[in-house]
Design a protein around this ligand. Structure first.
Ligand SMILES: C=C(O[C@@H]1C=C(C(=O)O)C=C[C@H]1O)C(=O)O
Length: 100
């Protein structure tokens, strides 16, 4: 029984590692998005795109039998963090450009 618990926990640890890698990959795209938006002169915040993502997440939650509220909460955190990273990146590049 205790061995079975250890085996399940090993699987959970592996899944957690995968989730974290994917979060890092999602976060790493923030710079690229921020650069393009800055060049196009459009805002970081895009409520229409967020609406699309939340609807898609709701659908995926249903398909995979994941609680919708949990799915939405997770993506709210990821999206807010992505916007924070975009703002941080733009502030840093603007700061660097001022120094030049
Ligand atoms: C990444 C983007 O910027 C913001 C962050 C989003 C996200 O993390 O998915 C979605 C919409 C925008 O508010 C984007 O516009 O695609």
């Amino acid at each position: 029984m205790i061995e079975k618990l250890a085996e399940i926990r090993k699987k959970i640890d592996e899944i957690d590692s995968q989730i974290l890698k994917l979060i890092a990959e999602r976060n790493s795209l923030a710079k690229d998005v921020a650069k393009i938006k800055n060049e196009l002169g459009i805002p970081i915040n895009d409520p229409d795109r967020e609406k699309y993502i939340y609807n898609r997440i709701r659908k995926l939650c249903k398909e995979h039998n994941v609680d919708e509220d949990i799915g939405i909460k997770i993506f709210q955190i990821l999206i807010e963090h992505n916007k924070f990273l975009q703002k941080k990146y733009l502030q840093e590049t603007q700061h660097k450009n001022k120094k030049l």
